[in-house]
Design a protein around this ligand. Structure first.
Ligand code: AMP
Ligand code: MG
Length: 326
């Protein structure tokens, strides 16, 4: 079966095509703000303007026409409402025009699914850290449960905000990483963990207030050490609680080498395995939406046009993950 997937939850408009054996295409266009963070209307205009181009690139790459597809999946949420709208409209139009099955999938669950497809992980405890989401997720008893999550802003968003104050353009995570690599010095900041949850808004403000007092390199390094330690501590506790011996790191922040190193060290110490999907599948992409669509299609699921409206606040634990036990 061949499924086309559309990702448009935030800055990336992605179109991927998969079947059971291969990722046949994974094309995208990314919106880059000229200044500041993601502007919802401008991001959605970007997606609208590049919709046909990215769609055609993916079909060309896969050597397919729309008629050859079995279904169209789209990221129904969570995400920025204006951006979600574009993906939903694209998916509905293609599905209606070519009489294909329509499947609205959860963006967070798609990150996990493509992670288990592209690594050896089977039933991992997932640390999903990106520009808009920060969650620790585990499958338990019919659903993916959120074991820990940010109480305010996402980790990627915190890095982007702090980097912006230091004068770097969006996305700031990679810039903070480069600065942090220049030093081993660290200053004490507040440690942003609250039980199994974490919060990055206070840490960001605190680091911003110290700009000028402490070098940018030391601030960047300190920010990373505190923020990454907190999420890895929560990840370790989630694994201990569940007796899990697999960790999956995904989302844009999973590109960070210091965070990977921390996850790897933690896993080594508890005789667990750490899994990192290839970069193109960590970042938001269309193939992960297509793959989740394929999984749900084979499980007999689908979305009626009437139920295909955007779901900006859709939590992964609202989905009954009926495909897992089967
Ligand atoms: P996503 O929302 O999953 O596409 O991921 C985008 C987020 O990942 C942004 O907040 C980026 O700053 C962040 N990011 C990308 N690369 C890195 C990196 N090397 N280190 C830290 N954060 C990163
Ligand atoms: Mg994402």
């Amino acid at each position: 079966m061949k499924v086309l997937g559309i990702e448009s939850t935030a800055h990336t408009l992605g179109v991927g095509i998969v079947d059971e054996d291969d990722v046949l295409a994974n094309k995208k266009s990314m919106y880059k703000p000229e200044e500041g963070g993601i502007h919802p209307r401008k991001a959605s205009e970007h997606h609208y303007q590049h919709a046909l181009e990215v769609l055609n690139n993916a079909l060309d790459k896969a050597g397919l026409e729309e008629e050859d597809l079995d279904a169209v999946a789209f990221a129904q949420g969570p995400g920025i409402p204006q951006c979600l709208e574009i993906g939903a409209v694209m998916a509905r139009s293609i599905a209606e025009r070519y009489d294909l099955k329509l499947i609205g999938v959860n963006h967070c669950l798609s990150h996990i699914s493509i992670g288990t497809r592209t690594t050896e992980a089977e039933n991992p405890t997932t640390l999903y850290v990106s520009g808009g989401n920060s969650q620790i997720i585990e499958y338990r008893n019919g659903r993916y449960r959120i074991i820990g999550e940010t109480l305010d802003i996402a980790l990627g968003n915190a890095l982007d905000k702090f980097a912006r104050k230091l004068g770097y353009p969006h996305p700031g995570g990679p810039e903070i990483e480069k600065l942090a690599e220049k030093t081993d010095d660290i200053i004490e900041l507040s440690y942003p963990i609250k039980g199994m949850d974490f919060s990055f808004s206070g840490l960001t403000t605190e680091a911003e207030r110290k700009i000028g007092e402490v070098s940018d390199e030391v601030l960047a390094n300190s920010f990373q050490e505190h923020a990454y330690s907190a999420v890895v501590e929560a990840l370790e506790r989630a694994m201990a609680q569940e007796g899990s011996n697999e960790a999956l790191l995904t989302g844009g922040v999973a590109m960070n080498s210091r965070l990977r190193e921390m996850v790897e060290t933690m896993c080594e110490q508890r005789d667990a395995e750490a899994y990192f999907p290839p970069a193109e599948f960590c970042m938001d992409n269309g193939a992960m939406i297509a793959h989740q669509g394929l999984v749900e299609l084979k499980d007999g699921r689908g979305t009626k046009i009437d139920d295909s409206g955007k779901r900006p606040d859709w939590r992964p634990d609202e989905v009954e993950a009926t495909w897992i036990e089967k």
